[in-house]
Design a protein around this ligand. Sequence first.
Ligand code: DAH
Length: 343
Amino acid sequence: MSLQNFLSALDSLKSEAIATLDSATDADAFEAARVKYAGQKKGALKDVQKQMGSVAAEDRKSAGMRFNEVKQAIEAALADAQARLTGGGESGADPTFDPTLPGVRPMIGHIHPITQTINHLTEIMGRMGFEAAEGPEVEDPHHNFVALNIPEDHPARDPLDNFYLATAATGDSKQNVEGTRLLRSQTSTVQIRVMAQRQPPIRVISLGRVYRPDDPDATHFPMFHQMEGLLVDKHVTMANLKTVLRVFATNYLGGDVEIRFRPSFFPFTEPSVEVDFLWDGTWIEFGGAGMVDPNVFRAVGYDPEEVSGFAFGLGVERLCMRRHGIKDIRDLYSGDMRFLSQF
Ligand code: DAH
């Protein structure tokens, strides 16, 4: 046998034996491997050793040296496997066990899928120059309705569609009295808060919770999240709106996402549209948008002859659910680790 062949037989024996011993999970598997590779009579090591006699005399020294190395490596793997399977060998002491460490290994948590989505959306919009702004979840009717051009008799202000809070004065939840507060029903409130404090140009998004008294089902929950967007500058058009939303959807959902506007109505935009994305062959509605209504600009002291802008509001749960194939919004808020730990 040539030296070359002998050495390569040794090499494959070594890797096969070590792999088998490393993957042995019980005493029977260990014993079978021990007999197969290191058995005194018919073991594979013995077989190879016998073949050494057929290696040319001048190569025998190197052959012998390599044989010893392989034999030692297999013996070491046998010892390791035995220690592992018998819980640390004869003394029973496990060298990896440190009795001074605290006893319970803590479960490592991770960020909730909705928070992950919020971070992701913020990052995508940030690349287009949109800065994240925040507003309170307990709002007054001025920011939730009045400044957004939603008049007092508008159905969106109905107590049945909002969580009005009991006021200190009356101990009652009254809709249109001084000091009325409600849980915001939309993140459009943040448009007003930002514009009231700054001058154009403005490019902001606001992501956060909103509340509506809906009965929970697969697509509704009384608390959910929206991403509001607002851009105000000179000469802003709907083409700008469409481009921003398309770039956003393409980044978040992946592929080249088509976008479609359908005529609609919102009190704070004129014209208003529903926004659909074509994703995986189906058109899905993700929210509303439009050009900021002149009345909204007037409410914050901007001159609608001077500036124009667009706004949009998208459902965060809807985006997250689409991207991850989640079928029921309630799963996001059940606190069930079997569900949450998949994200
Ligand atoms: N606030 C709307 C809602 O809650 C969503 C929306 C529609 C936001 C149009 C906008 C917009 O900024 O322009 O349904």
